[in-house]
Design a protein around this ligand. Sequence first.
Ligand code: PGA
Length: 243
Amino acid sequence: MPQLIAGNWKMHKTRAEAVALAASLRAAPIPPGARLLVCPPFTALAAVAEALAGSAIAVGGQDCHMAPQGPHTGDISAPMLKEAGAGFVILGHSERRQNHGETSEQVREKVLAAVAAGLTPIVCVGETADQRANGAETDTVGWQISGSLPAGFAGVVAYEPVWAIGTGRTPTPEEVAAMHGFIRAELTRQFAAAGAGVAILYGGSVNAGNAAGLLGLPEVGGALVGGASLTAEAFLAIAAAAR
Ligand code: PGA
């Protein structure tokens, strides 16, 4: 199974800029070890999906509401994302958990909504610097998994240590391998057969220089990339390290 290399464009790129980046990605050969996914801001999602239609590059949203429609000013539903051309949706990113107060219970509701709409959820988990300093990283991630993933979960999990996001710092290979092994064991324990097929991405300051080392670790099923997904060159250099 090729590794999933997912670009989280966050609040970057106008529609025109997003379409230009999508066109550059589309024009390049996809490295054989990689499956590519880009997650543009909502305003650019449909245009990017159109620009990538018929290519092997998938498109995803960065969040969705748990309800299919309703009085929720500023929110976007999973069926809306699906109709705009998304196949995936990132849920429970630490920037949503921290800046928007999202709880694991809410993330679980969103996962159910995404699956009901035919989207593959990518559920983010990860400890803060303080939690790691206190030796609470596995407890934190274990609770996030049991709280955020519904029974029968068969999507994607992304391990993103909060302190590694956008900082240029990454855990050591031993720390990544240990956490991915723990997540795999928890998925298998909590979700039996379904959990065994779940890809576990690593995210947090992935770049062309560290991608091969991170992607070569056991139980690392791909990467969730922020800053280095904003140019085709940097993103494809990471994808080239996939196996
Ligand atoms: P980063 O972001 O690659 O810029 O550290 C990763 C993420 O937040 O998904």
